[in-house]
Design a protein around this ligand. Structure first.
Ligand code: PGA
Length: 248
């Protein structure tokens, strides 16, 4: 089955490092049958655009601000992203929620703006270790989805990619088991089905993220409700080539 393999480079790689790494991976992944999206730091996106020309590689960013322009020091707009070829943007990653104190209202505004500007949002949701231990995983996911998707029309919902990223699995080497990941991805799809209808549930894509690597990807991505992965650490390594080219 065709899967979405999305890379989240986070705050890694200079332009020189990006050129060197892309030189190694682009020729090997450019004709992949999976959908590959590379979400790079802003300063590297132009380099990706140049090096991924005429390939199937999609260009993504990791953040933006929802206002059109103006006095928002340090921020970047959707128009600026589109100008460098960005088609996808990660919104509400747990690192942005936790370190940069992004709340559901801000995330909701970003999703609405991205949809309006025809940039596909990759919305991240997920529970902390404490929430999982207290059996509050579904409660947390439901609350995040309800708040982050507030006021968005059904017809728009299916365009959003949702990534289930348990906070305890991000960058820790502790992956959710395929069963745990599948259970929550299914919960997300069922929630969407209940709120927006079966056809939207069928059309939408849900990814798993959190310490995915070339070893565990196959088991995770063969699950029925996992449509691919959002990959951090392993997307900075050459094993990413195999992850993109594997037939799941
Ligand atoms: P990781 O990051 O693969 O390094 O755990 C995933 C993510 O945060 O998107």
């Amino acid at each position: 089955m065709k899967k979405i393999i999305a890379a989240n480079w986070k705050m890694n790689m200079t332009i020189t490092e990006t050129k060197n790494f892309l030189k190694k991976i682009v020729p090997k992944i450019k004709n992949t049958k999976n959908d590959v999206i590379l979400c790079l730091p802003f300063t590297n996106i132009q380099t990706l655009k140049n090096m991924a020309k005429n390939t199937k590689i999609h260009i993504g960013a990791q953040n933006f601000y929802f206002e059109d322009k103006g006095a928002y020091t340090g921020e970047i707009s959707s128009a600026m992203l589109k100008d460098v070829g960005v088609e996808y943007v990660i919104i509400g990653h747990s690192e942005r929620r936790e370190i940069f104190k992004e709340d559901d209202l801000l995330i909701n505004n970003k999703i609405k703006k991205a949809l309006k500007e025809k940039i596909i949002p990759i919305l991240c949701v997920g529970e902390s270790l404490k929430e999982r231990q207290e059996n509050k995983t579904f409660e947390k996911i439901k609350k995040q989805l309800a708040n982050d998707l507030l006021g968005i029309e059904s017809s728009q919902i299916k365009k959003i990619i949702i990534a289930y990223e348990p906070i305890w699995a991000i960058g820790t080497g502790k992956t959710a088991t395929a069963g745990e990941a599948e259970e929550v991805c299914k919960y997300i799809k069922d929630f969407i089905g209940k709120e927006y209808g079966e056809s939207i549930k069928k059309a939408m894509k849900v990814l798993y993220g959190g310490s995915v690597n070339n070893q565990n990807a196959k088991e995770l991505f063969k699950k029925e409700n996992i449509d691919g992965g959002l990959i951090g650490g392993a997307s900075l390594k050459l094993e990413f080539i195999d992850m993109v080219n594997t037939k799941y």
